[in-house]
Design a protein around this ligand. Sequence first.
Ligand code: UDP
Length: 396
Amino acid sequence: MNATATGGGVAEMLRGLVPFQHAAWAVIAGTDEFYAVTKYLHHLLHGQADPGRLDDPAPLATYRATLAPQTGWFARFLSPGDVVVLHDPQTLGLAPAVKATGARVVWHCHIGAEVAPERGPGAVWRAFDTELAAVDAVITTLPRYAPPHVRDRHTIEPAIDLTSPKNRDLTEERVADVLAGIGLTTGRPSAGVTVLQDEPLPRHARVVLQVSRWDPLKDMPGVVRAAAGLPDDVHLVLAGTDPTKIPDDPEGLAVFTEVRALVAALPDADRRRVHLVANAEPDPEQNALVVNALQRRADVVLQKSLQEGFGLTVVEAMVKGRAVVASNVGGLRLQITDGVNGLLVDPADLDGVRAALRRLLDDPALRRTLGERARAGVLERYTMARLAEDYLKVLR
Ligand code: UDP
């Protein structure tokens, strides 16, 4: 069970994983107030919110009241001996009700950060004491993301589906067709995808790409700032799911608006080289194809997150043999060894980020070498088959 059927890494991963398991997938329903609370919990686990607000019982009352009426519905499908995997804080509140059916409860928390417990995670663990007591096992990407008092703790790295429309091979012609179809290279409006740009992306431009939700922690505004000052033929493409389409991401619109304002204020010559892609394509396959084509068109893929539980977009770029510049934080560090299969940067150091981008943009041989190693590493470590096997070990 998770919070959303599309948008974000968990939905992406479940889409690939469920066919590998004897499993069903259910999605909870929420309200704006509920998602405001879960976003706050998300920020707390990243040490980016005031833990004091949890002293007020109102947010958690809203959270529990939203989930409570949903427990009866899925309990009907469960029998003793079943295993229910609850993903992320949005669904953790269901743990006691699931446990009461006799099913085993696994909480897979995909987020986390290297922050002291008192900066946020500790408050979450205290507030969710009852729910965590009903959890039989917890899975995180890194050991230190786990709540300390759940005894059965596992770490599992995510995976991507190599055969999915997001990752399967595309010819250059197909990439060109998809990007023309959304208007990025033609300027023609398309139904599912909005591209905000002064002019279409030129054919021979070098492209730096960041794909992510418009979440403050992905630092899209910081990407615009870091890309200013790159050579004249380098274009920046920022692509993310249309911020109005992800229910559990209430801050997306504000970030998107901030990015638009930042881009509008750039000098003409810089603004011409920025392309904002808001992907509202309703067909998941088409949606994935757009991301696939963008990643393949990019010369360098950037992931300038301030915090990152894991960062599927980076694995997706790596499997396409792209050269990646990623922040030296959280799960991105698991995937990239600096100078071996990508470059790691301090996301707060804009000059450092720009220098890393320039280093790769100016050195096609280095891009190729890093990209080839990146692809080989992903094929070895991040496949769905491996993820399904890891799950079996926990579920057994
Ligand atoms: N994604 C997408 N369409 C978009 C932007 C992102 O399908 O317009 C996908 C992206 O390809 C990746 C997921 O959303 O599979 C994001 O996962 P990640 O782990 O990078 O970040 P999260 O959103 O889970 O924090």
